[in-house]
Design a protein around this ligand. Structure first.
Ligand SMILES: *Cc1c(COP(=O)(O)O)cnc(C)c1O
Length: 394
């Protein structure tokens, strides 16, 4: 079996599983309790906070542990929106290809009276800092742009976007869920005020993540209750999960240089191989992309059938994101970069992991070629294209 859907979730690393199982046994106390078991858990929790903070160049007190990336996105955006509203600033800038955790939060804020500008994403899947700058107004309270896109893997110029925001006195949030543990990030150098991350995207457990909030930026609670996380997020902390996240993140950062080299070579091998399939195209910029991301459109086929047939061949991949697969709408990300509906339907995302081999990559290329040819054999759209009744787009 080849697992090529690491953007949806990753397998936990051995070390993270070890940390978690050991702590389920040994650090089951409530970190808010003052007796020995509680203090042991508290120590583990605060060590994890130091490790996570160090991984992104932050201070431990700037880290809030959450239930994952979605919660961190919600809290970041709501915090900036509410602090903006207190100053009469109710305009927010984002992009059309953000994750739904961002887009749906913005929809909700629109109903509460906020105005949202969604910037266009260029054909290569990149957002231009000068367009962010041009969109900033007197009443803008927040710019939220993702570090790397979860479908097409493009890496956005966040340092430059952050610099523009800093110069204009506007808060900058970035959904870095696909980036943390995969590419170098430093919240200070990258001019980031708020950053979201999720453990299960870097070989940690599901249901754990964190929000970085720069010192001095006001935070709104989404969950009321006890005084955990300095009163910024109530609920007894998932100590084993949080510690396992820290283990996975330290490991990902320690191995980042060799993982990047290995994945980039495999990614480029896959891209070159798949480009040999006629009427196919890579989605997103070829160079400015995550080391493990390959995303293609094939004209004249349906992504869903492609996935099922690849699964039969032992290849697990995705079409769009895990959240949109299962619905018949084409991906909002592919539409945002200007792919038309017909073409966007025939998409394939391969998000590869460190365990993939060259042989696996070649097997994927061969299998995708076979399946695309097979599906085109009885596709009415393909027949029309071949008969000249429809024009090829790719
Ligand atoms: C997976 C993902 C999320 C959601 O994270 P969860 O921990 O699953 O809630 C948010 N943003 C991006 C870009 C993601 O890839």
């Amino acid at each position: 079996m080849i697992y090529a859907d690491n953007a949806a979730t990753t397998k936990m690393s051995e070390a993270a599983i070890h940390t978690m199982t050991e702590l389920l046994q040994d650090a089951w106390g409530n970190p808010s309790s003052l007796y020995t078991h509680g203090q042991k858990a508290k120590e583990v929790l605060e060590k994890a906070r130091e490790d996570v903070a160090a991984a992104i160049g932050a201070e431990p007190r700037e880290i809030i542990f959450t239930s994952g990336g979605s919660e961190a996105d919600n809290q970041a955006i709501r915090s900036a929106a509410e602090s903006g509203r207190r100053k009469g600033k109710t305009h927010i800038i984002s992009s059309a290809f953000e994750h739904h955790a961002v887009l749906h939060t913005l929809e909700r804020l629109k109903k509460e009276g906020f105005e949202v500008t969604l910037l266009d994403v260029h054909e290569n899947g990149l957002i231009r800092p000068e367009e962010v700058e041009a969109a900033i107004r007197e009443d803008t309270c927040l710019v939220t742009i993702m570090t790397a896109n979860n479908e097409i893997g493009t890496i956005e110029p966040i340092r430059e976007i952050g610099a523009v925001c800093r110069a204009k006195g506007v808060l900058f949030h970035t959904d870095a869920v696909q980036a943390v543990g995969h590419i170098p990030l430093n919240v200070k150098e990258d001019n980031i005020d708020l950053l979201s991350a999720s453990a299960h995207k870097f070989h940690g457990p599901k249901g754990v993540g964190f929000l970085y909030v720069r010192k001095g930026v006001p935070v709104t609670n989404l969950i009321e209750g006890g005084a955990q996380e300095r009163g910024r997020r109530a609920g007894t902390e998932n100590v084993p999960g949080i510690a396992a996240m820290a283990t996975a993140l330290k490991e990902a950062i320690a191995h980042m240089p060799e993982n990047t080299t290995k994945l980039t070579a495999l990614r480029d091998r896959l891209i070159d191989g798949l480009l040999q399939i006629p009427h196919s195209a890579l989605n997103g910029d070829r160079a400015q992309r995550l080391p493990g991301n390959v995303n293609f459109c094939f004209e004249g086929i349906e992504g869903e059938s492609l996935l099922l047939l690849l699964d039969d061949k032992g290849i697990q991949a995705s079409s769009g994101s895990a959240c949109t697969s299962g619905s018949l709408d084409p991906s909002h990300v592919l539409l945002a970069i200007g792919r038309v509906h017909d073409v966007a339907h025939g998409s394939l995302r391969l998000s590869i992991g460190e365990d993939l081999t060259e042989e696996d990559a070649d097997y994927i290329i061969r299998s995708v070629g076979e399946v695309v040819t097979y599906l085109r054999g009885f596709s009415p759209i393909w027949r029309d294209l071949m008969a000249g009744k429809k024009e090829f787009i790719l």
